[in-house]
Design a protein around this ligand. Structure first.
Ligand SMILES: [Zn+2]
Ligand SMILES: [Zn+2]
Length: 223
């Protein structure tokens, strides 16, 4: 039997679970390690409940799982089940299309709000006036942190690549710099102090397995 788990009454295949969680983060529906729902996540459910409740109704998923079980048992044919599902989806999509503009407007408002809120990581340590924000550089195809007071304040911090950074309310115990949550494909999210000169950085990088332990003699020579 494949690996299934039951989550809030909905049967989810285990291998799809991590993919689902990853896209929840990427689309800003959730934040933090404990998967807290964002305003955008709430607004999305709210908007769909108002305009297209069938989409978030878990009854359909449950029914489909049941039908798939019937196929496995040979009590139902693939073609019949697919036909039924197709028919049902067509109805939902028609309803969605009719409300598309209203749904789009509501969600884009919530999206802009959430993006603004979810990119701020704290006050700039240099100008102490503007917010530090997570930005994306198209040129270098990576995330970095910059002061919103640019061009007056040119404070920036680089971030490790291959990770999706999200703000947290935490500050580093050692240097009091803001901590961001880094989300890596297929790995556990981890806390990252944005200060490159943080005294704890080397120890931390080792803990994360991001650098190998350098023998003391070799390290002395390379300095
Ligand atoms: Zn600044
Ligand atoms: Zn630190």
């Amino acid at each position: 039997m494949p690996n299934f788990i039951l989550s809030n009454g909905v049967v989810v295949h285990n291998s799809t679970r991590s993919a689902i969680i990853e896209s929840l983060y990427q689309r800003n529906y959730v934040k933090d390690q404990s998967l807290q729902v964002t305003d955008l996540g709430l607004k999305t459910v709210e908007t769909l409940t108002d305009y297209c409740p069938e989409i978030i109704d878990e009854k359909m998923t449950k029914k489909l799982e049941k039908d798939m079980e019937l196929i496995r048992e040979g009590k139902e044919t693939k073609e019949k089940v697919l036909d039924k599902a197709k028919h049902h989806l067509e109805k939902i999509l028609k309803h969605f299309k009719e409300n598309e503009l209203k749904i789009g407007k509501k969600l884009s408002e919530a999206n802009v709000e959430t993006l603004e809120k979810e990119s701020v990581i704290g006050k700039c340590p240099n100008c102490k006036e503007h917010d530090l924000r997570i930005m994306f550089s198209r040129k270098f195809r990576s995330y970095f942190i910059a002061c919103h007071g640019y061009p007056k304040c040119k404070t920036t911090f680089s971030l490790p690549s291959n990770s999706l950074p999200k703000p947290t309310d935490k500050v580093c115990e050692e240097c009091k710099s803001p901590i961001v949550l880094m989300i890596r494909k297929g790995k556990r999210p981890y806390d990252y102090c944005i200060n490159k000169q943080c005294p704890k950085k080397e120890e931390w990088l080792k803990q994360q397995g991001l650098i190998k332990d350098v023998p003391k003699t070799k390290r002395a020579k390379s300095k």
